[in-house]
Ligand binder design. Structure first.
Ligand SMILES: Cc1ncc(COP(=O)(O)O)c(C=O)c1O
Length: 366
């Protein structure tokens, strides 16, 4: 247990060793007869690049597969890339599907990717840091159908299970393959049938020898609230994201930048007449002002080339009224910034030293 980045690194390390066709533990990547290739969508979280870098494979080993208009991995492109790599002498090793991308919450087609990996003899890893817990949401668990096919899975319990930071988790289907990647028993760590070290050693399944008892807070959360309630809260957040999407769609000054599937919503203030650079500037300023005045903790991102505000609703205290306020404030700030921009573009009068243009604007932003 640790953050989701490390959970992914553990899964990909097992995948590398299992798929290398060489004894990587003994010989390192110098023992590989062909370069390994891992595939993930162009929306994949940056921790996977860190993982392939740390694993000695290099960033080029992580092939970014283009995504469709719903930000899901394009499976035809995946097939073509795998075939091209084989033809070029590389060894396709693993497909990393994302269940809930960081940018938009998109979920790759887990069933189809699982089937492709099975047929093609590839390792199937799922980055479910955001979305794996959909599996406990009564009305949305169908979105992650196919998750159970994964050879390895990373998930973050500090996200939708509301556990305090941090509590990532790596699950590997075959315990023996998992152990074969990490197990080491020097003379001071011999296994004992009895005594205080009688249980199976957890350091055989990961990087750490000493480790904190992170599982306790997860167990306490489950005991205190139960899976049913936690699952219903996930459904609630998704309903709220849909509510927010409807608010955005119903205001012509706002624009949805990606489809809203789960609890992540990408939108921007776009009243028309602004180019991409101006939209970026104005929405960035909206985000910073909302953060600084404490109204809302939005982030921003860029989806298929379009900059936007990003809302991730994962708080059990969020109410629809909060989302009403958010939309109202985004529009209010956007409009007052537009006036400021118009103002900046208006020449200063040479004699009075003031700008012409809309004079007394009722601006309550002070
Ligand atoms: C899809 C995805 N994968 C991996 C991670 C990394 O997880 P962590 O921040 O817990 O290391 C994140 C973080 O938000 C994520 O959204």
């Amino acid at each position: 247990m640790d953050g989701g980045s490390k959970a992914n690194i553990i899964g990909l390390t097992v995948a590398r060793n299992a798929m290398a066709a060489a004894n990587v533990r003994e010989e390192g990547i110098a023992g590989l007869s062909q370069p390994l290739r891992f595939y993930a969508s162009d929306q994949v979280h940056s921790c996977h690049q860190k993982a392939v870098e740390l694993l000695g494979l290099g960033n080029r080993a992580l092939v970014r597969v283009p995504t469709d208009s719903r930000c899901r991995m394009d499976l035809e492109a995946l097939r073509l890339l795998i075939a091209a790599d084989r033809a070029a002498g590389c060894r396709p090793a693993c497909v990393i599907a994302t269940a809930g991308t960081t940018n938009t919450g998109a979920i790759d087609d887990l069933q189809a990717i699982g089937a492709l990996c099975r047929e093609d003899g590839l390792w199937f890893h799922v980055d479910g840091c955001i979305g794996a817990l959909l599996a406990i949401a009564p009305r949305h668990r169908h979105l992650v159908a196919g998750l159970s096919e994964a050879g390895s899975l990373a998930l973050d319990l500090h996200k939708w299970l509301h556990v305090p930071f941090e509590a990532g988790c790596a699950i590997v289907r075959e315990a023996s393959v998992h152990r074969a990647t990490f197990a080491l028993h020097p003379e001071y760590l011999e296994e004992k049938p009895r005594g205080i070290a009688a249980a199976e050693y957890l350091f055989d399944y990961g990087l750490q020898t000493s480790r904190g008892f992170r599982a306790l807070k997860v167990w306490m959360t489950l005991k205190e609230h139960g899976l049913n309630k936690l699952g219903r809260l996930i459904d609630q957040n998704i309903d709220q994201a849909q509510y927010l999407s409807d608010l955005v769609r119903s205001d012509e000054r706002l624009e949805l930048v990606a489809p809203t599937l789960i609890n992540i919503l990408c939108f921007r203030f776009n009243p028309g007449g602004l180019d991409e650079a101006q939209l970026r500037e104005i929405n960035n300023e909206i985000m910073l002002q909302l953060q600084e005045d404490g109204t809302a903790a939005l982030s921003d991102t860029t989806v298929h080339g379009r900059h936007c505000l990003r809302v991730a609703i994962c708080n059990h205290r969020t109410r629809r009224e909060d989302l009403d306020v958010l939309v109202r404030e985004v529009v209010r700030l956007g409009e007052s910034l537009m006036i400021g921009q118009l103002d900046r573009n208006t020449p200063i009068h040479p004699t009075c030293g003031r700008r012409a243009g809309p004079p007394a604007i009722a601006d309550d932003s002070d």
